[in-house]
Design a protein around this ligand. Sequence first.
Ligand code: LLP
Length: 387
Amino acid sequence: MATQFPLTSFEGLRTPFYYYDLDLLRKTLEIIRNEARKQRVVVHYAVKANANPRILSHVQMAGLGADCVSGGEIRAALQTGFSSDKIVFAGVGKADWEINLALDHDIFCFNVESLPELEVINSLAAAKSKVARVALRINPDVQADTHHYIRTGSKENKFGINLSDLENIVESARAMSHINLVGIHFHIGSQITEMNNFAGLAARVNEIQDRLTALHWIPEHVNLGGGLGIDYHHPDEASIPDFADYFATLRRMLKLRPDQTLHVEPGRSVVGQCGSLIARVLYVKQASEKQFAILDAGMTELIRPALYQAYHKIEHISAAPAAPVQKYDVVGPICESSDCFGKEVDLPLVKRGDFIAIRSAGAYGEIMSSNYNCRPNPASYFSDDLH
Ligand code: LLP
């Protein structure tokens, strides 16, 4: 599905802003729903990818749960209308107030990453005479093929319980009176495009399950986290990731025991392709060996290129027909050299006032924007409202 940009409506809007293609989001959610039903997978959307209220509300209406990593995200999910029994709470450092908030709302499950965290949840739950439902996040020591900043499943990462502590922590958790151990949880990283990474994770989970069986524990819930990548090079041709293949790979590789439920928590793959950052060209600056297209959007609106050297397709969406193609370094206005969206980008002739779309920015775009240089938060507009 190709996103169409309503340029005439854009004319009256102050840039930069995020533009969301809601038809694409709805279609993506429908596919997730159908494939998940077929393959019996429970899906919790990773709110961290995009917590725009309108986006969250579409996700909620499609019946997905919410995977939250802070008290703020739990509040956002509740405000959107996610029922608390569809909320999971993950994160390596949960503060007491966040744990208490989750306990007060009787959320579905805490994904717990360490023994000290487990002890705190147990005592806070005891103080409320509640029993917290807990899944243990285990670090599977599986390397994912992705940028090292967003790789989480190998043993040098801060995430999850070390495999060598597995038996001890399971025994400790079972001895705690206010903990109900209901599942195991994993996440090996983000923007993973090779299915064999997930197959590798599933194989490791099978080994872990055997160790748990030896302890006479069969977790009800097995959560393999998020991580399914999107095609940043082809936002229109590959607008919807292959959820059928993803779910089928997990199902095929994982040896689930009878009555176990498989969970995933995708973020990027749900919302990544439906969002674009729309900017205007402020100046075209000629330098000795290159020319710069200086935009009114920068790393404050989309930090991914500066932070992870991430590629986003850059499109000149108001180009004159048959304009000659030239090379530009496409940069933002922020006082940092890393404030660059792309070097030597081929674009049809660019001039002041032209519209540029930075594609595949629906995930980890708007939500990671900052107020550096006292810049305001970007606005967001939706295809349903602009024609
Ligand atoms: N579950 C857990 C435990 C996670 O840590 C994450 C992402 C997800 C699920 C969702 O992963 P996804 O399906 O979106 O890959 N800011 C980075 C990505 C950070 C991902 C952090 N954790 C970026 O812009 O690429």
